[in-house]
Design a protein around this ligand. Structure first.
Ligand code: DX5
Ligand code: ZN
Length: 230
């Protein structure tokens, strides 16, 4: 299955970071019943980012509870040491930070050779140009629109320029990577993000910190689809 066949329309990926960790299956099942095909899993180590979240055992539990594609965002130092464990636990897609990988080319090839789809992430302070030599190795590029570490932060508008730059580089190089954006996505900015050219939008607090997360996810999805076909 090609990565593009995963998602012909824009996708809203709920980030479980803002869900109830004691009831992850109950939090994600209604979303899947409503058509959600991908879940975003934020892994933080307290070193690369100033917060600690979860490791492979939680991914393995979620894997048992969910049929969705698990998009595992590694905000950790030395990701190579943990990539096989996350893939064994059930990660379908794994993204690593450009800023955390001394041997980024090697790490991205390693993710694919271990059986997951590789993605590369850049922080708000990292230019798109730093990715030029790895764009041909990835299935997706993730643009952080907040400084990673916490849910519920404010969207950094400059990230829209990065999305536009990636659209331009993708076309110029004849590549097919998906463009994902993560951080501060809400009903107020999802349309602008899609119009800039992103295909996958992560939304944590905007989905789970609402009375009915499934209805909110469906509304964000409807807005993203409407923006994508205009
Ligand atoms: C931030 C994480 C995000 C986070 C997004 O470090 O990578 O995935 O869950 O949360 P919101 O949507 O609340 O900004
Ligand atoms: Zn994330």
């Amino acid at each position: 299955m090609s990565i593009l066949s995963l998602s012909l329309m824009p996708e809203i990926l709920p980030s479980i970071l803002s869900a109830d960790f004691a009831h992850l299956g109950a939090a994600t099942a209604p979303l899947e019943a409503a058509g959600c095909k991908m879940l975003h899993v934020d892994v933080m180590d307290g070193h690369f980012v100033p917060n600690i979240t979860l490791g492979p055992p939680v991914v393995a539990s979620l894997r048992k509870a969910s049929k969705a594609q698990l998009d595992v965002h590694l905000m950790i130092e030395n990701p190579d040491a943990y990539i096989p464990d996350f893939i064994k636990a059930g990660a379908d897609l794994i993204s690593v930070h450009q800023e955390a990988c001394v041997h980024l080319d090697r790490t991205l090839r390693f993710i694919r050779s271990e059986g997951a789809r590789p993605g590369v992430v850049i922080n708000p302070g990292t230019p798109v140009a730093t990715l030029e030599d790895v764009l041909g190795l990835v299935d997706f590029v993730l643009v952080m629109s907040v400084n990673p570490g916490f849910g519920g932060q404010k969207f950094i508008p400059h990230s829209l320029n990065k999305i536009r730059q990636l659209v331009e580089r993708r076309k110029a190089l004849g590549l097919q990577f998906i463009i994902e954006l993560d951080g501060g996505v809400t009903k107020d900015n999802v349309e602008a993000v899609v119009k800039a050219g992103a295909e996958w939008m992560v939304a944590g607090s905007a989905v789970f910190n609402t009375v009915n997360p499934t209805d909110t996810w469906a509304e964000l999805t409807r807005m993203a689809n409407a923006a994508g076909i205009q």
